[in-house]
Design a binder for this molecule. Sequence first.
Ligand SMILES: [Zn+2]
Length: 199
Amino acid sequence: MFIDLSVLLNEQTPVYPGDPNTVIKAAGVLEKDGWCDHYVSVGTHVGTHIDAPMHMIKDGKSLETFELEQFAGSAKCIDVSAGFDVVKTASIKEGSIVLFYTKMSEQYFDAAYYENYPVMSQEIAKFLVSKKLKMIGVDACSVDNNEDFPIHKILLGNDVLIIENLTNLGQLIDKDFKLYAFPLKLGIDGAPTRVVAEV
Ligand SMILES: [Zn+2]
């Protein structure tokens, strides 16, 4: 069974403060032109998306340079809604993918979503790097809440990709599953991504 961990991407999808607004407008009109298509303009970090190293690291890798294997693999989801300290004692398989359930996705359309969210410590970020993870993911707007972006830099500096704005993670606690998160094939810092768990 597949569980969709992605949010719907439309003009109402919240954007990170300061990021570009999403524009989706009709181009071809079926009755007039004989086909229907659209013009779509999005920031690379809107909705459910992946951050590549280039997002925060000078000369960091862009998204399309990663092997496809990096975007899929065995995964687990840790409930960090009471704090990230539980990660220190969690069993984490080397080379896997770890998602963090903060419960912030329940407030996705509230101002609080961008103002008051939990983040991991630098110590935990370094622990995750030591596990050689392919990706980590959160159901929150960011893995950092200060302007120095230390967590982004620790993870992306070691080619651990970051998935942000996930949803439906509550269904995955204590389950073994496979995660698929293939971003658009863009040669830049990030891209909207359809993220799916197979349980
Ligand atoms: Zn991002």
